[in-house]
Write a protein that binds this ligand. Structure first.
Ligand code: PLP
Length: 360
C-alpha cells in the first residue's frame, strides 16, 4: 500500500501553461523549474512543458539535469554562473546566463570562448538582491555589446519583490524605472514573475518568467489559484494507519501539546515533517478525508499526524485516503496555517514521498 504520495496532474500543468499564455498573449514564456520544479520533479515536469519557450533554473546542476534528461530548449541560469571555470560548461550545454555583477562581466570579457554566449543583463530596480544599479546600466550594456564573447542580442531583465500585492504601487514604479533605463535599446525585455503575469499586465513585455502559477498555485496575497482559473498540480496524500478513541483530558503526541477537551476519535495518518509536511502547522490545520475537512491535533511528528475526526465518525477506517493539500484543499491555505508560503511547502516535499504522474 502506498502511503505518502505526491500525485502530479500533468493535464493541470499543461492547462496552467496555457493560462499563462492566455494572460500574457504577446509574451514568450520562460517556465521556472528551479528547486526540482517547486517539488514536482524537474525532468518530468520539463518533459510535459513542450509548449514553453524556455526553461529557467537557479543552479548549473539543475540545468545539467535537464540536458541529461534530453531537454533541448533554451535554459536560462537565473543567478548566472559562479566562477569563470563554469563558462565552458555553459557553452558546451547551450545555457544562457544572467549577468548581475562586475565579476561576471569581467569573467566573460577575459575568457577565451569558442563561441559567444547568450546573456540576460539583470537590472536592480528596487529589490536590492541581484542586479546592476540603474546608474551602472549604460556601462554594463556597452561592454556587453562590445564583447566578442557575447551574442549580439543582450536581453534585459529585472525582478519584482512586491508584485503579489496589487495595492502596492512599488511594482508600477519598477516598471516605469525599468522602461526609462532600457528606452534607448531594442532588446528583449523580461520582468514578470507569476505575480507580475497575474496582477500587472503592463509588466508582460517580451518574456514572462512563470514559476508558481504553472503548478496551479497563486502567488497573490490572500487568493488561491482557482480564483485565477489555475488548477492545482500536486495532490499530497497518504492514508489512515490507525484509529484511536480518546477522552477528555488525554494528551496527544510529543510534549502532550494538545489536550483533548471532550471524548473524540483520532485518525493517525502516515505523513509528517519527514515527508515535508510543515511541523509548525497550527492546531486545526485542515486535511481532507472522504471529501470532508478535519483538523490536525498535537504536534506533527516525523512520520505521523493525528487528526480529530470527531466522536462517532465510524465511517473513517484504516486505509482511507487523506489529502494533505491539493484540489480539495489549497496548499495556499495550509501554508497560511503553517505561517509560511506555498512555495516553501511545495519545495520541501522530501524524497521519501513517492511520485505518481497522471493525466486526466
Ligand atoms: C523564482 C523566480 C521566478 C519565478 O517566480 P514565481 O513567483 O514562482 O513565478 C522568476 N524570476 C526569478 C528571478 C526567480 O528567481
Amino acid at each position: 500500500m502506498r502511503l505518502a504520495t505526491a500525485e502530479i496532474n500533468i493535464s493541470a500543468l499543461r492547462y496552467n501553461l496555457a493560462r499563462v499564455k492566455e494572460m500574457a498573449p504577446s509574451s514568450k514564456v520562460m517556465a521556472v523549474l528551479k528547486a526540482n520544479a517547486y517539488g514536482h520533479g524537474l525532468v518530468k515536469i520539463a518533459q510535459c512543458l513542450s509548449d514553453a519557450d524556455a526553461f529557467a533554473v537557479a543552479r548549473i546542476d539543475e540545468a545539467l539535469a535537464l540536458r541529461a534528461g534530453g531537454l533541448t530548449k533554451p535554459i536560462i541560469l537565473l543567478e548566472g554562473f559562479f566562477d569563470p571555470s563554469d563558462l565552458p560548461i555553459l557553452l558546451a550545454n547551450n545555457f544562457e546566463t544572467v549577468v548581475h555583477d562586475e565579476s561576471q562581466l569581467a569573467a566573460i570579457e577575459q575568457s577565451n570562448l569558442d563561441m559567444p554566449i547568450s546573456v540576460w543583463l539583470k537590472i536592480d530596480t528596487g529589490m536590492h538582491r541581484l542586479g546592476v544599479e540603474p546608474a551602472q546600466f549604460d556601462g554594463f550594456y556597452r561592454r556587453l555589446k562590445q564583447c566578442a564573447n557575447v551574442k549580439p542580442a543582450v536581453n534585459l531583465m529585472t525582478h519584482f519583490p512586491c508584485a503579489d500585492d496589487i495595492n502596492n504601487n512599488f511594482t508600477q514604479r519598477q516598471i516605469d524605472l525599468f522602461s526609462s533605463i532600457v528606452s534607448g535599446t531594442q532588446e528583449a525585455l523580461c520582468l514578470a514573475n507569476s505575480a507580475g503575469v497575474i496582477g500587472w499586465p503592463d509588466a508582460h513585455f517580451d518574456w514572462v518568467r512563470s514559476g508558481l502559477m504553472l503548478y496551479g498555485v497563486s502567488p497573490m496575497l490572500g487568493q488561491v489559484g482557482t480564483a485565477h482559473q489555475l488548477q492545482p498540480v500536486m495532490r499530497l496524500k497518504t492514508r489512515v494507519i490507525a484509529i484511536k478513541q480518546v477522552v477528555e483530558g488525554d494528551r496527544v503526541g510529543y510534549g502532550g501539546r494538545w489536550q483533548c477537551p471532550k471524548r473524540t476519535t483520532l485518525a493517525v495518518v502516515a505523513m509528517g515533517y519527514g515527508d515535508g509536511y510543515p511541523r509548525h502547522a497550527k492546531q486545526g490545520t485542515p486535511v481532507v478525508i472522504k471529501g470532508q475537512r478535519y483538523g490536525i491535533v498535537g504536534s506533527v511528528s516525523m512520520d505521523m499526524i493525528s487528526v480529530d475526526i470527531g466522536y462517532n465518525e465510524a465511517h473513517i477506517q484504516v486505509g482511507d485516503e487523506v489529502e494533505m493539500w491539493g484540489p480539495s484543499l489549497p496548499v495556499e491555505e495550509v501554508a497560511e496555517c503553517a505561517g509560511t508560503i506555498p512555495y516553501e511547502l511545495l519545495c520541501n516535499v522530501t524524497p521519501r514521498v513517492s511520485y505518481e504522474y497522471c493525466s486526466e
